[in-house]
Design a protein around this ligand. Structure first.
Ligand SMILES: CC(C)(COP(=O)(O)OP(=O)(O)OC[C@H]1O[C@@H](n2cnc3c(N)ncnc32)[C@H](O)[C@@H]1OP(=O)(O)O)[C@@H](O)C(=O)NCCC(=O)NCCS
Length: 194
């Protein structure tokens, strides 16, 4: 069953569910940010990779309850995406988180706050037990997000995801509900304004 993501916010930073009408802006940002994003984007090892987001397809998958597709907005403007995938219940009750932000909004702490909001929602409100984020060891910017939030390093998954044309190792970080009785948002400093 589809998970009905409420609007999550901390000041100017909002995480909300994806709408079909977000496709145009997201695809414009993906096109503008090709050099910024391609080194970290999943690719198809068996054929051509499309860099066009199909919000229709994402919303269809979301109806099965295994994906929460969301957008991050800053001061009312869409700045990136934050998706929760591989949602499973029962004895795992776990999920995986992925994200990107447009380059001109980077460095303000926006995605760090958005991830904290989402993890607090997933573990403290929705009832999942564990969330993980897998990051290429070369991706220093993304590694800062999990460092700042204090996620636990679980280990290396070798040749785990096909990224930018090759099977790449990922460092896996995770958090379970027991580790964050007061939530993650309290660890995040206010975003840098300009
Ligand atoms: C990883 C990413 C989402 C971080 O989002 P963000 O909103 O910039 O996060 P933060 O503002 O907390 O910054 C994280 C780190 O990025 C680096 N950074 C800071 N300003 C930056 C800028 N203007 N440009 C690039 N990187 C910057 C810093 O190392 C920062 O850590 P710090 O707070 O200790 O200085 C963003 O860099 C991104 O979308 N990168 C490309 C896609 C990607 O890597 N996705 C994740 C795959 S696992």
């Amino acid at each position: 069953m589809e998970i009905n993501l409420p609007v999550l916010n901390s000041g100017d930073i909002v995480v909300r569910k994806l709408h079909k009408r977000d496709a145009r802006i997201l695809n414009e940002e993906l096109a503008i940010g090709a050099n910024w994003l391609i080194p970290w984007e999943a690719t198809n090892p068996y054929g051509r990779t499309s860099r066009i987001i199909s919000t229709k397809l994402m919303l269809k998958t979301a109806r099965k309850g295994t994906l929460i597709p969301s957008v991050v907005t800053y001061q009312g403007q869409i700045v990136g995406q934050l998706n929760v995938s591989q949602i499973s219940w029962g004895s795992l009750s776990s999920c995986s988180i992925g994200y990107w932000i447009a380059e001109r909004f980077a460095g303000k702490g926006i995605m760090t706050t958005a991830v904290a909001l989402m993890i607090d929602y997933l573990l403290l409100d929705l009832g999942l037990h564990r969330a993980e984020i897998c990051i290429r060891p070369e991706n220093k910017k993304s590694l800062r997000i999990v460092e700042k939030l204090g996620l636990r390093f679980e280990g290396v998954r070798e040749r785990y995801i096909h990224i930018n044309g090759e099977w790449t190792n990922h460092n896996c970080f995770a958090v379970t509900k027991e580790e964050i009785p007061n939530g993650l948002l309290s660890k995040v400093r206010a975003p840098i304004q300009n």
